[in-house]
Structure formats: structure tokens, C-alpha cells
Design a binder for this molecule. Structure first.
Ligand SMILES: Cc1cc2nc3c(=O)[nH]c(=O)nc-3n(C[C@H](O)[C@H](O)[C@H](O)COP(=O)(O)O)c2cc1C
Length: 199
């Protein structure tokens, strides 16, 4: 059995279209033991000066097995990560950003090579970003640009050598669109992605 970490950053809970899409994928991943991390229940705050001092002191001591690094260790131990969150203000919700801050730990989840280039230390195979968007992104226009995908792809590259996939449904809040039909199309993409998940 492979370990799949499902990071649920779907703030609207049962109302969330992103959660519906992510569950469609996660439930079909073959040969998987699913570990669900419900971000809304964690109430993560942004790192403050005290947190950074603690992180640096513990890192210097090599104390990476302490609870302070529990989220980073959970991420590092996964064979795949599926992170689901709605598209908010051109990127991921701040709740997700707070989570990602806890993953980027020099000496645990990545290190700097002799050329000072960062090298990921999380041996996972797959990293999937699942999202839904009210509008339609267009990276040639700063007002419509998708910073969520770019950001998560960079985090994936920083921490792992995993394949990065995006599963998205967009245009859900545009008047005249049929959100149910758009979601069904994205669910068909989820089915296809699940089928070749470990390929
Ligand atoms: C706070 C907030 C910010 C949003 N920002 C954007 C945005 O920048 N671009 C966009 O296309 N949709 C935006 N939306 C719409 C959501 O992306 C869309 O409704 C999405 O499907 C919500 O996902 P959910 O059903 O999983 O909560 C925003 C919605 C909220 C509540």
C-alpha cells in the first residue's frame, strides 16, 4: 500500500466544489492508504518571530523528530500528496500558505547543494494540486493570472522530484455557464488521472 496524504484546504467544507472534485480523485487512487489532513481544523497561524526562532534553534540542534516538525515529517513520509483548495485572490487561500510555511524546513524537507541550489529531500512520486475557480485564468493578463499553480509547482520542485499535476475546474461562477457540466468534465479528468496515478 502506498501512503497518500490528502491535504484538505477546502474552507467551505461540504459546500465546496473543490472538495467534491478532490474526493472523486482520492477515492479512486489504487493501492492507497489515505491520510486526511483537514487544514481548517488546524487553525494554523502565520509564522511569527517566536516560531522562526524556535524553528531555527531546533533545526540547528537537528531535533527534526519533535512535534514542531510534525507536518513536515508527515509530508516527507508520503508517497503522494493531493492538496485541494479553492482558487482565492489569484492564488491559494492563506490557510494553505500557512501550511506550506511549515513544510519548507532546511535540513529536513530540502537542503542546499554545494552550488547553493536547493535540493528536495521528500521522496514522493506524485504531487497533485486540485482546485476550482470562479473565473477563467489567463497568464498573459496579470489580473487573471494563476499564481496558485505556479506557486505549488515551485514548492513541489523545491521539496521533491515528484511529478506535478493540476486538476482544475474553472469558470464555475461565470453567469451563463453550467457549473454542474464543468464539474462533471473535471471529474472525468479525475477518473483518468486516478487510473494512471502511479504510472
Ligand atoms: C475569498 C474568495 C476569493 C476568490 N478569488 C477568486 C479569484 O481570484 N479568481 C477566480 O476566478 N475566482 C475566485 N473566487 C471564486 C472561487 O474560486 C470559486 O467560487 C471556487 O469554485 C470556490 O471553491 P469551493 O466551492 O471549493 O469553495 C474567489 C472566491 C472567494 C470566496
Amino acid at each position: 500500500m502506498k501512503k497518500v496524504l490528502f491535504v484538505n484546504g477546502c474552507i467551505r467544507g461540504a459546500q465546496s466544489r473543490t472538495l467534491r472534485l478532490a474526493q472523486r480523485l482520492v477515492r479512486q487512487i489504487p493501492d492507497a492508504e489515505i491520510d486526511v489532513l483537514a487544514l481548517p481544523a488546524l487553525h494554523l497561524t502565520p509564522y511569527d518571530a517566536k516560531d522562526i526562532n524556535e524553528r531555527d534553534a531546533l533545526s540547528a540542534a537537528g531535533a527534526f523528530s519533535l512535534p514542531f516538525f510534525a507536518l513536515a515529517n508527515q509530508f516527507k513520509n508520503a508517497d503522494a500528496v493531493v492538496i485541494a483548495c479553492p482558487f482565492w485572490d489569484l492564488s491559494v487561500p492563506s490557510m494553505v500558505r500557512n501550511y506550506l510555511e511549515r513544510l519548507c524546513v532546511t535540513g529536513l524537507t530540502f537542503h542546499y547543494g554545494s552550488d547553493s541550489y536547493p535540493v528536495g529531500d521528500c521522496p514522493m512520486q506524485r504531487f497533485v494540486y486540485v482546485t476550482t475557480r470562479g473565473g477563467v485564468v489567463d497568464n498573459s493578463d496579470p489580473v487573471l493570472a494563476d499564481h496558485g499553480t505556479a506557486y505549488l509547482q515551485s514548492i513541489c520542485k523545491l521539496l521533491t522530484s515528484a511529478r506535478f499535476d493540476v486538476l482544475a475546474a474553472e469558470g464555475l461562477d461565470i453567469q451563463g455557464n453550467d457549473p454542474e457540466a464543468i464539474l462533471r468534465q473535471a471529474e472525468a479528468e479525475a477518473d483518468a488521472l486516478a487510473l494512471r496515478f502511479w504510472d
